[in-house]
Structures are given as structure tokens and as C-alpha cells.
Design a protein around this ligand. Structure first.
Ligand SMILES: *[C@@H]1O[C@H](CO)[C@@H](O)[C@H](O)[C@H]1NC(C)=O
Ligand SMILES: *[C@@H]1O[C@H](CO)[C@@H](O)[C@H](O)[C@H]1NC(C)=O
Ligand SMILES: *[C@@H]1O[C@H](CO)[C@@H](O)[C@H](O)[C@H]1NC(C)=O
Ligand SMILES: *[C@@H]1O[C@H](CO)[C@@H](O)[C@H](O)[C@H]1NC(C)=O
Length: 659
């Protein structure tokens, strides 16, 4: 598995139409002590209680014995007092899902007086220590340490990083309240552990690690370990945040673009009586000021009615950048018709250029009617706005003005994948994609989906995977978007029909039955997209010969006659591509299988696309069953073991649900 981070399930409804946001706690992180998720779904390990500790451990196991791995996480410590907080937090590998009996204060919620230092612990931790404990020979009150089975670090260094340009050391304060990234990379062949700290804004961690340890970690750990986080407070308090974690089963220095780094709220203040008096005074003053200001404001309102903004309390709490209406108004030249990229049931998409940076943006304008829809919409912005991945269209920010909501995205000059697939209608002249381009696009979308399903702290189900939602940037990289630039004006086909063919066709059968979207329903749609990309046509082509009308059925027929290669679009049907083309076609059929249980998950799909895992020999036997039975609802079980994908067993039970 690529990563094992599933905390909350966010069902991402196509936000063009509905703004529904389901937040089922189906966490695989086990929380203990003061640890909790806050309203932004950040993990907060400690609360405002003194001498307490919190733990959060992944319920799933992490194989690290005799293996390389990389772990990156984003964290922040917000102390009670500006210059002081206690005691710190750790990232830990533990043989159990939690460390029972741990103590607070200097024990960091990791060990206690009795078990500290015992080899039977099998615990390896990286501490982010903000208190100098003489007892454990801490070097200072702002350091990073590598701990094995105890709190006395085997290696430690003051918090900071080595500048890539001149090699100079730059201090970082762990209690700055700013988001930072810790990168832990272990190379098993070199038996070397590198720990690197840097600000969250860095795309790649600095080359020179802050700390290195030359030691075989396998001697300390057990076969199955759990990863987790702990933190503790003492007589001074601090909030310890863990915002995001990525795990990889290789030693890689991953670029991770956090984008606009969120600012964490300050430590909550409990106003004392004296403070209260001051506050009352300030409030009175403020009220007076507001009174005066509103008088002035009213005059302004009359003059600038057109670019009036409504600032509401919730807008301040939200993650991504909030654009002013004026900025967007100027960027799109006043939402001129000429700037219109497309429109549909959801509203309009305009092209714009941000003054100053000259960055090209796409601005989607939608209207909202209910207050309810509004808060769900904002909850989505705060989640999706934090997503950063090279194969996802970036949501740069948003704006609310009167009854309209504006979403600002990166502009994608090459439009949507749809445009490249349908030769019909007006785009006869559209250049055809080469096989290399197509294969790259498929892998890009797969990597985006893998990120949504498995690499992000929350499981995100896109629910609307289709070529119209895959956008192509200027380097021909595919980026998964959540709005259909495909509904472009110059596309020249009726949005009504494209909706039926384009959206209904991609809905997995069990989703229609149960109304429940899962990652598997996304895989279903992705399977169909793969087929479309290879065949260069739509799922249903009314003008085709009768047996070719429905793409999937036609491919199955060709596969049965052992000429599946003929399904590929003519211009890419070259012998040197044969292996890859057949692989993608077969994988597409497998992913778009009627039976949910047979579809592989995205990490397996990715491994098959990368040639790490082979498709099983007897794959067609499974698929053929569908043809013979006229595609009934079958319940098949397939054992998708990452390493031995070839173990394919299934049982058919003829559940007749009616079709
Ligand atoms: C943790 O995993 C075990 C099986 O490994 C499972 O039985 C249990 O329900 C899981 N707990 C949670 C909270 O997911
Ligand atoms: C903090 O966490 C502890 C559990 O360790 C809990 O008992 C306490 O109520 C929490 N305090 C607040 C203010 O949430
Ligand atoms: C210390 O931790 C161990 C194991 O986690 C536990 O068995 C023991 O009871 C704890 N000791 C104290 C004094 O809390
Ligand atoms: C960095 O930290 C060290 C140790 O705390 C201190 O001696 C040094 O002055 C700091 N340097 C800067 C530039 O803040």
C-alpha cells in the first residue's frame, strides 16, 4: 500500500450543483488522552489541560522492518505564551496501536518512569522537544531528536535547516505556531535515517538533513508496527497540531506543495477579570467606532455599490485565500462576455488575469440560495482548498459577493480531455493525441485519484470522474478538476445530451442501487475513462455500427475474439505500443467491472500501470462470465494481494436485483 491514511470520509459531491458534505467518522486513527480532531479536521494532540498527553496511532500496520520508507508530515506547535511552551510532540513507530500507561510532561506521552529506556519497548520516535530536560540530557529547549526506546535521544540537533544555496544553518522556532514539515527518510540498503525540518512552504526539503543516524533500525522493531503521534503538556501549555501525513514505502525526497499555508489560530485566551474590564472598555470603544464607520461606510456603499463586499464571520476562519470581488472583477474585465469560457447549469466560468502576478485564472461563478448550502460549501472549500497535487487543478481561492460565490482555479490553456477524444461534431481538426500522451494522461489521472483516495488524510471520493473533468495544462499534463470546462462554448455540442452520456454512463451500478459512493465507484468511472482514452471515442456512440455502439460491450466482444488491440483508435495502433495498449484496455475493463468487489483499488491500479504488478493470466475468465450471463449482478470475490495479484478466485452468486 502506498499510504495508510484514512481519517474521515469526505464525499465530494460535484459542487457545481449540490453542495452536500458528509463527514462520516470512519477513522483509522485511534485517539487517546487529549487528542482530538478540530473543526478543520486537523489532529490536535493536546488541549488546554495542564499535565496531560495525547496520542493518535494509525490502526493499520506499517511494515518497516528491513524496508526503506519515507514519512513526511506537517505540524505546528502553538504555545500558551509566546516564548514558552511545554513539552513537545513526537512522531513514533510503535508495536501497538497506542502506548498505554504513558505519562505527560517530560515523558511526551510516549513512555513512563518505569518503561523509559527499556529495549522491550520496540519504539522509535522523532521528538520535537520544546523543553530542556536535564534528566534526559536535552541540548536545549528547541530541538529535534531521534529516540530509540527511551527519552534520551541517540542523536539531536537544534531546530533549523541547512540552506541549499549557501549551506548556512537557519534557526527555526518549534513554538512559532507556524506550520513546518518534518521529513523522515530511511534507506534500508544504507541503514541510514535522515531527519529534515523545514518551513511548510518548501516544495522539497533541504538536501542536507538536520540529523542523520547510521544504524540498522530493523534490530529494534517488530514485523508489524503502527505509526502515530504523541504530545504532552506540563505546567505550561501548548497546542500540538498534526495537519497532514504522507507515507511512502521507499526512501524518496518527495516534493510536496502545500500551496497557501494555513495560519493556525492563536492559543485560546481565557480572559481574567482584569482583562474583562479592559475588554468591556475596548468593546464600548469599538462599538462607537463601528457607529461612526457605518455612517462613513454608508456613503461609500452608495458610491461603490457595484463592488460591495460582504464580510462574514465564517469567511475569516476558512482555509484558502479569499479574493476580493474587486480583484476578480478587474481580473475578468468586469465579467465580460468575451472572457466567458463556458457555462452550464452551475453558472459560468470566466477567464481572467490577476493584476500584478499576471497569473491566468479561471473564475467560476455560481449562485447560492440557502444559508445551509453555504456553510457546506465553505466546509468543502476549507478541505479541497488545502489539496495540492501536480495532477489536481488547484483551487486558488474564493470570493462571496451578494448572492454569488466565486471559485478561483488555475487556468488550463488546453481545455479538457473531452476535446481530444471526440472527433465528431466541430472538432474534426483537433490534433489526435499520441499514445505516449494518452498513457501519460491515464497515469496522471490515476495518480490524482490515488492521492484523493489514499494519500490525503481524508478519503475523498470525486464522484464525477469523466473526460470533461480532466483538464490538460500547457505541458500536456492531466489534472483532475471538479468543474467541467468541457462545457465550453466552442465545443459545439448540446450540454443536455452530454450530461446523460457523460455523467450517467459513469455511475457504478451499485451506486445507482444503493446511492452510496465509495472509492470503488470512482475506480469504475476511471476504468471507463481509460477505455475512452485508448479508443478515442465516447462510451456510447449512436452513429457506430450496432455492435460497436456501447464501448465496453464492443471491447469485451473483441477481447473474446482475441483481438482487443483493434479497439484502440487507429492512429495509435502501432505494434510497439501493443503491450501497453492491451494492458490499459484490460485494466479499464477490470476497473469498470459491474461487481464492486472485483475492481482493484487505486494503489493496485497505479502499480499495474507502472508495470510493478502484472494482470492475472486468467483475467478474461472473470470478465467472460459477464458476457455469457448478459452482465448480471454477480458477486465475485477477488483476492487483490499487491504482491501476488495473480491469485484470482471468485464465486458467483446469482443475486437477481432486476436490471
Ligand atoms: C482496527 O483494526 C482492527 C483489525 O485490525 C479492527 O478490528 C478494528 O475495528 C479497527 N478499529 C477501528 C477503530 O478502525
Ligand atoms: C482535555 O483532554 C482531557 C483528556 O486527557 C479531557 O479530560 C479534558 O476534558 C479535555 N479538556 C478540554 C478543555 O477539552
Ligand atoms: C508504564 O507503561 C507500561 C507499559 O506501557 C505499563 O505496563 C505500566 O503500568 C506503566 N507504569 C506506570 C507506573 O504507569
Ligand atoms: C540560532 O540558535 C542558536 C542556539 O539557540 C543561537 O545561539 C543563535 O544565536 C541563533 N541564531 C540566530 C540567527 O537566531
Amino acid at each position: 500500500m502506498f499510504s495508510e491514511v484514512k481519517i474521515l470520509q469526505i464525499v465530494l459531491v460535484q459542487w457545481l450543483t449540490l453542495f452536500s458534505f458528509t463527514n462520516n467518522s470512519h477513522g483509522t486513527y485511534i485517539l487517546d488522552g487529549s487528542a482530538a480532531f478540530n473543526e478543520n479536521s486537523y489532529l490536535v494532540l493536546t488541549n488546554t489541560t495542564k499535565h496531560s498527553y495525547g496520542q493518535a496511532f494509525d490502526n493499520t500496520t506499517f511494515e518497516m522492518k528491513d524496508q526503506s520508507f519515507s514519512i513526511n508530515f506537517f505540524f505546528a506547535i502553538v504555545p500558551e505564551h509566546k516564548q514558552q511552551g511545554s513539552h513537545g510532540m513526537t512522531f513514533a513507530f510503535s508495536p501497538t496501536r497506542g502506548l498505554p500507561g504513558a505519562s505527560s510532561d517530560q515523558y511526551l506521552g510516549l513512555f513512563n518512569k518505569t518503561n523509559n529506556g527499556k529495549t522491550s519497548n520496540h519504539v522509535i520516535a522523532i521528538e520535537l522537544d520544546i523543553h530542556k530536560d536535564e534528566e534526559f540530557e536535552d541540548i536545549d529547549d528547541n530541538h529535534v531528536g531521534i529516540n530509540i526506546n527511551g527519552l534520551r535521544s541517540v542523536a539531536s540537533a537544534s531546530a533549523g535547516y541547512y540552506d541549499d544555496n549557501d549551506g548556512s544553518f537557519k534557526n527555526l522556532s518549534l513554538i512559532s505556531g507556524k506550520l513546518m514539515r518534518l521529513s523522515i527518510v530511511y534507506s534500508h540498503p544504507d541503514t541510514k535515517l535522515d531527519v529534515t525540518l523545514c518551513p511548510a512552504e518548501f516544495l522539497v526539503p533541504p538536501r542536507k538533513p538536520l540529523l542523520s543516524l547510521n544504524r540498522d533500525l530493523s534490530q529494534y522493531v517488530l514485523k508489524h508496527m503502527h505509526i502515530g503521534f504523541t504530545a504532552s503538556t506540563g505546567s505550561i501549555r501548548a497546542l500540538h497540531y498534526m495537519v497532514l501525513v504522507y507515507t511512502y514505502p521507499e526512501a524518496v525526497y518527495q516534493p510536496l506543495e502545500f500551496g497557501r499555508v494555513p495560519t493556525l489560530p492563536p492559543y485560546p485566551k481565557k480572559p481574567s477579570d482584569r482583562l474583562r474590564t479592559i475588554l468591556t472598555f475596548c468593546l464600548t470603544l469599538a462599538l462607537f467606532a463601528v457607529f461612526v464607520a457605518s455612517g462613513i461606510g454608508f456613503v461609500f456603499y452608495l458610491r461603490h455599490k457595484k463592488v460591495k463586499e460582504v464580510l462574514e464571520e465564517w469567511e475569516i476562519q476558512c482555509g484558502p485565500h479569499r479574493f476580493s470581488y474587486k480583484e476578480l472583477f478587474n481580473a475578468t474585465k468586469g465579467f465580460k462576455e468575451k472572457q466567458l469560457l463556458g457555462k452550464g447549469g452551475f453558472g459560468q466560468v470566466y477567464k481572467g488575469t490577476l493584476p500584478g502576478s499576471h497569473a491566468e485564472i479561471a473564475v467560476k461563478r455560481t449562485s447560492h440560495d440557502s444559508r445551509q448550502g453555504m456553510s457546506e460549501f465553505l466546509a468543502e472549500i476549507s478541505t479541497i482548498g488545502r489539496l495540492r497535487h501536480p495532477n489536481l487543478v488547484r483551487l486558488l481561492g474564493y470570493c462571496k459577493h451578494k448572492e454569488n460565490l466565486y471559485l478561483v482555479y488555475d487556468f488550463m490553456p488546453n481545455g479538457s480531455l473531452d476535446k481530444y477524444l471526440n472527433r465528431s461534431n466541430t472538432n474534426e481538426n483537433q490534433e489526435r493525441l499520441t499514445w505516449e500522451q494518452r498513457f501519460k494522461i491515464i497515469k496522471d489521472v490515476a495518480s490524482a485519484l490515488l492521492h484523493l483516495h489514499q494519500e490525503w488524510v481524508q478519503v475523498i471520493i470525486h464522484r464525477d470522474i469523466k473526460p470533461a473533468n480532466v483538464l490538460i495544462d500547457h505541458d500536456m499534463n492531466a489534472r483532475l478538476g471538479d468543474f467541467g470546462l468541457a462545457k465550453l462554448y466552442d465545443q459545439g455540442f448540446d450540454p443536455q445530451t452530454s450530461r446523460v452520456a457523460g455523467t450517467f454512463g459513469y455511475i457504478a451500478p451499485e451506486f445507482l442501487r444503493t446511492g452510496r459512493a465509495t472509492t470503488s465507484t470512482d475506480v469504475f468511472a476511471f476504468g471507463l475513462v481509460m477505455l475512452e482514452v485508448v479508443c478515442g471515442r465516447r462510451l456510447i456512440e449512436r452513429r457506430a455500427a450496432e455492435n460497436e455502439e456501447v464501448l465496453v460491450d464492443w471491447i469485451l466482444e473483441l477481447w473474446e475474439n482475441e483481438n482487443i488491440f483493434d479497439a484502440a483508435e487507429e492512429c495509435i495502433r502501432q505494434e510497439q505500443n501493443r503491450g501497453e495498449i492491451e494492458l490499459v484496455l484490460k485494466l479499464g475493463v477490470l476497473c469498470s467491472h459491474q461487481s464492486e468487489s472485483i475492481r482493484p483499488d487505486m494503489s493496485v491500479v497505479m502499480q499495474i500501470l507502472n508495470g510493478v504488478v502484472q494482470l492475472p493470466e486468467n483475467l478474461f475468465d472473470v470478465v467472460r462470465d459477464e458476457i455469457l450471463k448478459g452482465r448480471p449482478e454477480t458477486s465475485m470475490e477477488i483476492l487483490l494481494d499487491v504482491n501476488s495479484f495473480a491469485t484470482l478466485t471468485f464465486t458467483n452468486s446469482f443475486i437477481s436485483h432486476g436490471r
